[in-house]
Design a protein around this ligand. Structure first.
Ligand code: 5GP
Ligand code: MN
Length: 342
């Protein structure tokens, strides 16, 4: 864990401040949940906090309390710039390096004259003035809870804050099943339910909000699944044409990679998704046990993340990307054989 300047941050926040909270590009449940929870908490403390996200986030998160008050940097650029220019501090939530917001927003943040405060659970964070980093914690949302606790403010957690934090913890732990889920996580979740998080509604809003096309896209993804038993590996591809055929919407491919990992004996899974707008193949990697997909992605696909969940990208075609991926596996065969025992 790295805790830097937290006492100084507490003193800085003793006066009412204009604050911006930023999540990573393609915000997920943890980025949105942690950012909105922190906004509600800081507002309650007498500050004026605004959440600015780089781009669109999935519809299954639009119901989150406070969601309508957020600005999208790509779409509400002047409002976002104004919020950033008038802020006295920026909180960076759920990401470890400025490039994770995308190049346009990165340029704006690089010119920011005031200080940054980072709350994040990804490895190898950039240096900023105020830092709370812990790669052992399942989610940034759990860290925001612990940040509120550090400030002796747990009694300020109301139903809105509890709902946002519950959502972030739930989505980043695969509904409390990943290894990063601890007894502390469950204790925090219990207290969030006591404070008004309606767990059944949250699960329903996030996981039972599928469109028919999303299920058809999942069907396509599953029929594209390839298994490489020698390497305990499975991967899925989705082309632009397939996305278009099933009216792809942001968030539709969220979680699909986990189907590959759900196969018995598979400990390394990948999904390759063509993004013709950006001209890249976006990749998600997942693993079980000691095989670090963070390292694999850093080494080969310009990415990173966590040991068991990471992302990356490739600028060559889908076919070439998959060929490259498969050609890398022999080098890791021993690791892939030894990394997990059930
Ligand atoms: P996902 O596969 O769900 O997009 O991302 C899995 C994890 O890896 C998340 O924690 C996400 O923040 C991180 N991640 C995804 N893509 C990238 C990337 O291109 N670079 C880095 N450093 N991390 C990524
Ligand atoms: Mn996260």
């Amino acid at each position: 864990m790295i805790l830097e300047g937290i006492e100084a941050l507490k003193s800085f926040l003793e006066e009412p401040r204009n604050i911006v909270i930023v999540g990573h590009r393609n915000p997920d449940g943890d980025a949105m949940g942690s950012a909105l929870a922190l906004k509600h908490y800081l507002d309650k403390k007498g500050h004026k906090a605004t959440v600015v996200v780089p781009n669109e986030y999935p519809k299954f998160l639009h119901w989150l309390p406070g969601s309508k008050t957020t600005y999208r940097f790509d779409w509400q650029n002047s409002q976002s710039q104004r919020a950033i220019n008038t802020s006295e501090i920026i909180f960076l939530l759920d990401f470890n390096a400025l490039h994770r917001v995308g190049s346009d927003m990165q340029k704006t943040l690089e010119k920011y004259p005031n200080d940054f405060a980072m709350i994040d659970h990804h490895q190898q964070p950039d240096a900023v003035k105020y830092m709370y980093s812990d790669v052992t914690i399942c989610s940034t949302s759990q860290m925001v809870y612990q940040f509120i606790e550090m400030n002796n403010d747990l009694e300020l957690i109301d139903a809105d804050i509890a709902t946002c934090l519950y959502t972030g913890i739930m989505t980043d732990t695969g509904s409390f099943r990943f290894r990063s889920t601890t007894s502390t996580t469950h204790r925090i979740i219990a207290s969030l339910i006591d404070k008004g998080a309606e767990n059944d509604k949250i699960h329903n809003n996030v996981y039972d909000a599928n469109s028919y096309n999303r299920l058809l896209l999942l069907g396509q993804a599953l029929s594209n699944l390839q298994i490489l038993p020698t390497y305990n590996t499975a991967y899925i591809t989705l082309s632009s044409e397939e996305k278009k055929r099933f009216d792809f919407q942001k968030g539709d491919t969220e979680g699909v990679v986990n189907y590959a990992l759900s196969l018995k004996g598979i400990i390394f899974a990948a999904i390759f998704i063509e993004d013709s707008e950006q001209g890249i193949i976006k990749i998600s990697f997942r693993s079980k046990g000691g095989f670090s997909v963070n390292q694999f992605s850093r080494n080969h696909f310009n990415g990173g993340g966590h040991d068991n969940a990471a992302g990356g990208k490739s600028c060559i075609s889908m076919g070439e990307t998959v060929t490259e991926f498969v050609s890398l596996l022999p080098k890791y065969q021993k690791e892939l054989e030894e990394s997990y025992e059930d």
